[in-house]
Ligand binder design. Structure first.
Ligand SMILES: *Cc1c(COP(=O)(O)O)cnc(C)c1O
Length: 233
């Protein structure tokens, strides 16, 4: 079906190459197949190839697909900006919210997760290049945010996520990936109660090899697996 099998093989080869180049183990990298705008038939094709964690950036679309593809071993990550009033729909459907970008949102996730008695994994989104158009905390805001999160018992902060600048030369994003990794290490050194970060979600179709070289433990790949998205969608 389309070229998903071949695409995944290519992506897998590049991930392996980046791991080898930087002395890392493939097992350290969690590949999130970003399936936004793509139909469930294509997502099933990736699932049949052995991939079971999918990323979506819109709540309604995520819920619809999660309900259609309800299986024990299929997992969903919310990766897009999240409105407060939609948090309640995600609890119990997603394994991780990667796009936590404000105290208000954290409070709402805490409230809804507490209601359902679940502990939810989250990542803090960081606007690492300080781009006007991007969501996420600025680097200097992150340490204080971590202390705030340590007081929310139903929210498990696992690490940091970033969407690096769009670029035709992925090398230009290397410093940003390095900065995010340093930020994660600095936070861990502070020994904030309940805060032990182990996840660095960085790298997309255009730059995941560089991100892996710089310490990504999670890469989010859409176009490289499912092909170009229809821009009108
Ligand atoms: C769409 C999206 C991706 C995947 O982008 P590609 O360039 O298609 O790999 C990754 N992360 C986020 C947050 C996205 O919205």
């Amino acid at each position: 079906m389309d070229n998903i099998k071949e695409n995944l093989k290519l992506v897998e080869d590049k991930i392996l190459k980046a791991c080898r180049f930087s002395g890392r183990n493939r097992k350290e990298i969690n590949l999130i197949a970003v399936s936004k705008t793509k139909p469930v038939e294509l997502i099933y094709e990736a699932y049949r190839q052995g991939y079971n964690t999918f990323g979506e950036n819109k709540v309604q679309e995520l819920i619809k697909k999660a309900d259609q593809m309800s299986k024990e071993d299929i997992h969903w990550h919310m990766i897009g900006h999240l409105q407060l009033n939609k948090v309640k729909y995600l609890i119990g459907k997603v394994d991780m919210i990667e796009s936590l970008d404000s105290e208000k949102l954290a409070r709402e996730i805490e409230k809804q997760a507490a209601k359902k008695g679940v502990l939810l994994d989250v990542l803090c989104e960081v606007n690492v290049a300080n781009e006007e158009s991007k969501y996420g905390l600025l680097i200097e805001e992150v340490p204080k945010f971590m202390s705030f999160l340590s007081g929310l018992p139903h929210l498990k902060i696992r690490g940091l996520m970033t969407v690096a600048p769009l670029t035709s030369d992925p090398e230009t994003n290397r410093p940003y990936f390095r900065t995010l990794k340093t930020l994660l290490e600095d936070i861990n050194k502070k020994n904030i109660p309940g805060i032990r970060l182990d996840t660095l979600s960085m790298g997309m179709t255009g730059d995941y090899e560089i991100a892996i070289q710089e310490g990504a433990t999670m890469v989010r790949i859409g176009t490289g697996i499912f092909g170009e998205r229809n821009l009108t969608e």
